[in-house]
Write a protein that binds this ligand. Structure first.
Ligand SMILES: [Zn+2]
Length: 279
């Protein structure tokens, strides 16, 4: 449901030095010159702690100048250092949202640590991740729960994302399954499982996946009917579709769907041997 992305290849120290240098003759020149060292230290702290809001505390001095920082992100001057880096991140073409795994090109950049609470990371490339509108709406400016546990998986740093993190269970009746379950993969650690649960819940991914599932399951029944009519190997074909979906990501909604089908022997027996409904 979440996809690992390569961390932007930008050295935070030279990047921020360049941003500060470009402001030296502007109206906030003195402000940025005064905070330059602390800003660089905090950016390095972000990377060393993998953007984890359990460990990274907001910076009081930055909170007072929220607008000055966020203008760097929202209105970068033509040819500016951060403008170029942000444009490169926006231009990244993905086929799914890395936060939820739904197919489609995500059209916003999310601040993993929100600029409302962490304005100093408004333009830090390591804090900017592509995201779909539905995820962004649900995420808002949240970071941790009441027990100071982070709510969201970080696409650049949470390396367990390389494996499939959610398993789908489909229950009878197989002509129109009434219930499905999405559970964190048992191969994850307890801490990872708890994080996956918070992430799925906060981004309302399970509800959204239900809608996808209903449409995808009808498509599956139609497709299997067609494969059987033309005497093709159903299970082999489903394996192929699953592998194709894995090229997007093992956590794409399509791959999780096909793994749920292929790992269910009862459902496979139904699909290959029973009379299927014409849907
Ligand atoms: Zn999303």
């Amino acid at each position: 449901m979440v996809t690992r992305l390569d961390e932007p290849n930008v050295d935070e120290i030279t990047y921020l030095e360049s941003v500060v240098q470009e402001r030296q003759n502007g109206k906030h020149g003195n402000f940025f010159a005064g905070i330059n060292d602390e800003w660089k230290t905090r950016a390095s702290h972000y990377r060393q702690n993998f953007g984890n809001p359990e460990l990274i505390k907001p910076w009081v001095a930055a909170a007072a100048r929220k607008k000055t920082f966020s203008n760097l992100y929202t209105s970068p001057a033509d040819g500016s250092t951060q403008g170029g880096v942000i444009a490169t991140l926006r231009a990244r073409t993905l086929q799914l949202c890395p936060a939820c795994g739904e197919e489609g090109t995500p059209n916003t950049l999310d601040h993993y640590l929100p600029k409302e609470h962490y304005p100093e990371f408004s333009i830090l490339p390591q804090n900017l991740l592509p995201m779909c509108d539905a995820c962004q709406l649900n995420k808002g400016s949240k970071t941790v729960d009441g027990s100071n546990r982070k709510l969201f998986i970080h696409g650049y740093y949470d390396t367990f994302l390389a494996q499939q993190i959610v398993d789908l269970t489909i229950s009878e009746p197989y002509d129109a399954p009434a219930s499905i379950e999405l559970e964190p993969a048992i191969s994850l650690t307890e801490t990872e499982i708890a994080l996956v649960r918070r992430h799925l819940s906060e981004l309302a991914i399970i509800n959204r996946y239900h809608h996808f599932f209903r449409a995808e399951y009808l498509r599956l029944l139609r497709m299997v009917n067609s494969l059987r009519r033309t005497e093709q190997n159903v299970e082999q074909s489903l394996q192929n579709f699953g592998e194709l979906a894995a090229f997007r990501s093992v956590n794409s909604w399509g791959h999780v769907f096909y793994r749920g089908v292929l790992s269910n022997p009862d459902l496979l027996a139904y699909l290959t041997q029973q009379q299927l409904p014409e849907v």
